[in-house]
Design a protein around this ligand. Structure first.
Ligand code: XMP
Ligand code: MG
Length: 184
């Protein structure tokens, strides 16, 4: 698939590469300040959080550790099932650690709410959440999120780690899909 095929699939760019990177500078500065002098373990949620994890982590002046989890709450479609399965668990012991979950997007909040309480049960010192995107109007449960890149409208977006049927994750920006792609 070349870049021109991708462009035909997209409806509009919601957040440019520059907007994303500028916001990450701000979030990283805030995280550095909040965790100054403290241990910090970043937990990335595969696969969507790969981009935000890489870009956020390299902006921190902090010496952090990075670990990964894979959970599934979605099939290849666009609706939350509310059912969360651990596909890959952490390698790290969380006892006494400051854990910061790094996510691509919070939609209904069901995934993060489940994940936060799951990690809390492992004896960490703290568990907070950083997400690049959040859809406030789609919230079904209240999740306390400490760091939010951007609040966006309730529409399906791709790029910057986010996929539609595993495609578009590598786009450096966030875009909405053209209706013909998802059968609209
Ligand atoms: P919930 O509803 O549990 O969902 O907060 C979080 C997960 O759902 C996926 N998700 C999306 N993926 N474009 C995507 O590519 C979207 O607009 C979108 N909304 C939710 C994503 O995997 C996220 O971790
Ligand atoms: Mg995800």
């Amino acid at each position: 698939m070349d870049r021109s095929d991708v462009a035909a699939d997209l409806s509009s760019v919601l957040l440019s590469e520059e907007q994303l990177q500028t916001r990450l500078d701000e979030l990283a500065a805030q995280i550095d300040e909040d965790y100054r002098g403290q241990d910090l373990l970043l937990v990335g949620v595969l696969k969507g959080a790969v981009m935000v994890m890489a870009d956020l982590a390299r902006r921190l002046h902090h010496s952090v550790e990075m670990d990964w989890m894979a959970v599934s709450s979605y099939g290849s479609g666009t609706k939350s099932s509310g059912v969360v399965r651990i596909l890959k668990d952490l390698d790290s012991d969380l006892t006494g650690r400051n854990v910061l979950i790094v996510e691509d997007i919070i939609d209904s909040g069901l995934t993060l709410s489940w994940l936060k309480s799951n990690l809390r049960s492992r004896g960490p010192k703290s568990v907070e959440i950083a997400t690049m995107l959040r859809k406030p109007e789609a919230a079904k449960v209240d999740v306390d999120v400490r760091y939010v890149g951007f609040d966006i409208a309730t529409e399906f977006v791709v790029g910057y780690g986010l996929d539609y049927a595993e495609k578009y994750r590598n786009l450096p920006f966030v875009a909405t899909l053209a209706p013909h792609v998802y059968g609209g």
